[in-house]
Design a protein around this ligand. Structure first.
Ligand SMILES: *Cc1c(COP(=O)(O)O)cnc(C)c1O
Length: 361
């Protein structure tokens, strides 16, 4: 059996907690949902959390909470999972794609400045993604956002447990969105969360994910049902307790791969800048001979992933968007992710490390 790219077992921990939830709680909107919101917001050093059905709906609800809608433009990265841009479009707004930095593959603040200028300054928000678990350059992006007085949103779907200068992701922007899909750093099955320090925004998001409800059968505006289930919240509470351990193991595996790649000129290891704790949702290398690397790893029984083979602005769904992002386009041809998840055994980590070190293009 080959080494899988994502953990096959999400590690539910105490099943008794789940059984108790089923036996004692309403399966939706139970107390565990409120408890998970409070605990996750607290982990992110934010005062409010709103649980959602998944990460896409978290983004959608956060954007709507900020008042983003038809006629608005949101600057974001083309090098992300498509959900980032879909959430913008699902609000009726339009994505404006700015190119990424060739080393970090996160939004390049200079490219963001240029994209806003090219749009005559008429943008409504900046949506940054912490790609692969590496925090985007939030200080610089904050300066750009402040210069245009627009909110800065974090798509932290890949970065639970990452920090920048000791501050957790989720507390680096005005509002942050997480996903708890099984492949992410922690899971609830399907699930998501919006966190913020802004009470008014949190109230608007909470209302939007629950039919615009303002009282019993009273609806202040049109909203969705984007709610998380109680069972998801019960799983999330357990997973959150283990998140720091999960991230520590990811980092330990990544450190082993960094060491293996120190004398490997054909492969560029992912950056781990000073002052940042990379959560290594993915350990993603860049390699000019990517196909050969993929093949040699497959021969060694190691699954790999390409995140992402097509930048969003090159997707058929976004064919009508005018964007230039040559760095993202080159990255799409050179990135390769190897298994780094916490389910890997020591022997498996060594096998991946050896295969990386021994690669011959
Ligand atoms: C996974 C992911 C999402 C979407 O989350 P879902 O829970 O799958 O809806 C959004 N953005 C990024 C960067 C992601 O990796």
């Amino acid at each position: 059996m080959s080494i899988p790219i994502a953990a096959p077992d999400v590690g539910l921990g105490g099943l008794s907690e789940l059984i108790e939830t089923v036996e004692t709680e309403r399966l939706a909107d139970g107390p565990r949902v409120r408890a998970f919101e409070a605990a996750f917001a607290d982990y992110c050093e934010q005062s409010h959390g709103v649980a959602t059905a998944n990460g896409t709906t978290a983004l959608h609800a956060a954007l709507r909470g900020l008042g983003i809608g038809p006629g608005d433009a949101v600057v974001t990265t083309p090098f992300s999972f498509v959900a980032t841009a879909n959430a913008i479009r699902l609000c009726g707004a339009e994505p404006v794609f700015a190119d990424v930095d060739p080393t970090t593959l996160n939004l390049d603040p200079e490219a963001v400045r240029e994209a806003i200028a090219a749009h005559d300054g008429e943008v409504s928000a900046i949506l940054a993604v912490h790609l692969y678990g590496l925090p985007a350059p939030m200080d610089e992006l904050r300066s750009v956002a402040d210069a245009h007085t627009v909110p800065l949103i974090e798509d932290a779907a890949q970065a639970h447990g990452a920090t920048q200068a000791g501050t957790p992701v989720g507390a680096l922007g005005d509002v942050a969105c997480f996903s708890f899909y099984p492949t992410k750093n922690m899971t609830t099955g399907e699930g998501g969360m919006v966190v913020t320090d802004d009470q008014t925004l949190a109230d608007r998001v909470a209302r939007f994910v629950n039919h615009g409800r303002t009282g019993t059968y009273e609806h202040g505006d049109v909203g969705h049902n984007f709610r998380l289930t109680s069972l998801g919240a019960a799983i999330g509470l357990q997973q959150l307790e283990r998140l720091d351990d999960f991230v520590a193991v990811r980092r330990r595996n990544a450190a082993r791969y960094d060491e293996a790649l120190a004398d490997q000129p054909a492969i560029t290891s992912p950056p781990d800048p000073d002052g940042v704790r990379h959560a290594y949702h993915q350990y993603t290398v860049q390699c000019g001979a990517r196909d050969a690397l993929e093949e040699q790893l497959a021969d060694a029984g190691i699954d790999t992933g390409i995140y992402y083979p097509t930048p969003i602005h090159r997707q058929p769904a976004y064919a009508d968007v005018d964007a230039s992002a040559p760095v993202a386009e080159r990255a799409a041809e050179e990135v390769l992710s190897v298994p780094v998840h916490p389910d890997l055994g020591r022997a498996e980590v060594e096998r991946v490390a050896d295969a990386l070190a021994g690669f011959e293009p």
